[in-house]
Design a protein around this ligand. Structure first.
Ligand SMILES: Cc1cc2nc3c(=O)[nH]c(=O)nc-3n(C[C@H](O)[C@H](O)[C@H](O)COP(=O)(O)OP(=O)(O)OC[C@H]3O[C@@H](n4cnc5c(N)ncnc54)[C@H](O)[C@@H]3O)c2cc1C
Length: 414
């Protein structure tokens, strides 16, 4: 089978890239070993984060670093035994946590983040799946006044400069917005611009269906069979090879491993995360996603119940699940909002594909003609899939890119 482009990986990022290339006249074959959007793009928090301009930087305050290293916070969990493998990545991530580097990442993230809603909107309309989206924004709540004040300061100093709207709320205002909130609160922040979806996987699948309805091929294949041919790339299937002039690596947290087998070493690492669904307690469902600003977890009403997602776990990608953060935050979540019993038999585990500067990697792989990458979308892949797919497709087809793609180039860590 012959195509123009082979897109490897059918998560939100790969499906979106396939659609963007297809709409520019390319004959695209999308491959995955699983159905669309069943990995990281399945289990995330479902936020389309128009406010997400400030990266999750490595903490610089040694007290926070020490507490995190000792696993005394709910925001993160470190597998000490993984350090021989992940310490170099953590060191690079730490180096990108200086104020000027955070500022540089923020500036580079803005052109992508500010177009994220528009790009999703166009796909949602075409795929007839707008019923999945809620344009309610989300609410960040705090018990700790100092943490609330620090967050409001970042809103004032940085986010507002980049067009992010935020509204400070008193405890009474929070309760008016979310009458089921429990316990004492210092206040919170309403971020009205972000959207959320009731089923992230359903959205990814709807976009994949649109790609197929428009004439694209979505086939089962193992991307690790990728190899160079005389004039392009191919992957193997039992039915025969699929060949194309160009190949796009959009394998999310598996991208780094595939590229390193081709001799391309990139500083990918993962921040793992868990989710669990809970039945409603009575009729109490949050009207919009709630983020606990003190403890770094999220609650959102989803198709399978109220989904709780956790912060970051620093571990080897393939290590066995260790949902200690979920265990720690579950009682805190229950004290914040009424939750019924657990729905899932085991917590879901996924991995955010990260690079040290918390920017995605989009563009040609140097030294490998016809090989492209669209990956490393860290905490924002669900948000940025469509907009980075557009940027990649513009670069691949010679169209003028809507923004300068250099901040996302593959050789930026060389
Ligand atoms: C707990 C949690 C909460 C999050 N919340 C949000 C959020 O609210 N908003 C947001 O924007 N982002 C969020 N994210 C991040 C977001 O989910 C990811 O950045 C995004 O899903 C990455 O998409 P992807 O397509 O790159 O990867 P994936 O969705 O993982 O897709 C990669 C695909 O590659 C396929 N694949 C892998 N290896 C092979 C192979 N050998 N052969 C064939 N196929 C292969 C997989 O089957 C998979 O379908 C969250 C992440 C986590 C873990």
């Amino acid at each position: 089978m012959q195509a123009d482009v082979l897109v490897l990986g059918a998560g939100m990022v790969g499906v979106s890239a396939a659609l963007a290339l297809q709409s520019r006249g390319r004959n695209v074959v999308l491959v995955d070993r699983r159905p669309a959007a069943e990995e990281t793009s399945y289990g995330n928090a479902g936020l389309i984060q128009r406010e997400g301009v400030v990266p999750y930087g490595f903490p610089r305050d040694w007290r926070i670093i020490l507490k995190s290293a000792l696993n005394q916070t709910t925001q993160s969990n470190l597998h000490w035994g993984a350090l021989p493998w992940i310490a170099p990545s953590l060191y690079r991530y730490w180096r990108y946590g200086t104020p000027d580097r955070i500022e540089a990442t923020t500036q580079a993230a803005v052109p992508l983040v500010e177009r994220s809603l528009d790009e999703h909107e166009a796909l949602m309309m075409a795929a007839d799946c707008e019923h999945l989206v809620r344009r309610t924004g989300y609410l960040k709540v705090f018990r700790d006044e100092a943490l609330l004040a620090a967050e409001l300061e970042i809103d004032k100093r940085v986010r507002r400069v980049w067009g992010v709207v935020s509204e400070a709320k008193t405890e009474a205002e929070l309760r008016a917005l979310e009458p089921s909130l429990q316990g004492r609160l210092a206040g919170g922040i309403l971020l009205p611009q972000p959207w959320s979806v009731s089923d992230p996987s359903a959205l990814g699948k709807a976009y994949a269906r649109l790609f197929v309805d428009r004439g694209g091929s979505f086939l089962t294949a193992d991307a690790s069979t990728l190899e160079r041919t005389a004039d392009g790339w191919q992957v193997q299937r039992v039915e025969g090879a699929i060949q194309a002039k160009d190949a796009v690596v959009a394998l999310g947290p598996w991208s780094g491993a595939l590229l390193s087998r081709l001799g391309v070493r990139l500083p990918f690492f993962v921040k793992r995360g868990y989710h669990m669904h809970y039945r409603l307690a009575g009729n109490s469902a949050p009207a919009r996603p709630l983020i606990d600003g003190d403890h770094g977890f999220l609650l959102s009403s989803m198709a399978h119940g109220i989904r709780l997602t956790t912060g970051a776990e620093f571990a080897r990608h393939g290590a066995a699940p260790s949902p200690v953060q979920l265990g720690k935050v579950e009682p805190i979540a229950r004290a914040l909002f009424p939750l019924g019993e657990r729905v899932d038999t085991a917590p879901w585990l996924g991995a955010r594909p990260c690079l040290p500067d918390m920017l995605p990697m989009i563009g040609a792989v140097p030294g490998h003609r016809g090989l492209w990458i669209d990956s490393g979308h860290h905490h924002l892949g669900f948000t940025l899939g469509p907009v980075t797919g557009r940027l990649l497709a513009e670069m691949m087809t010679g169209e003028a890119p809507f923004t300068d793609p250099r901040p996302y180039r593959v050789d930026r860590f060389a």
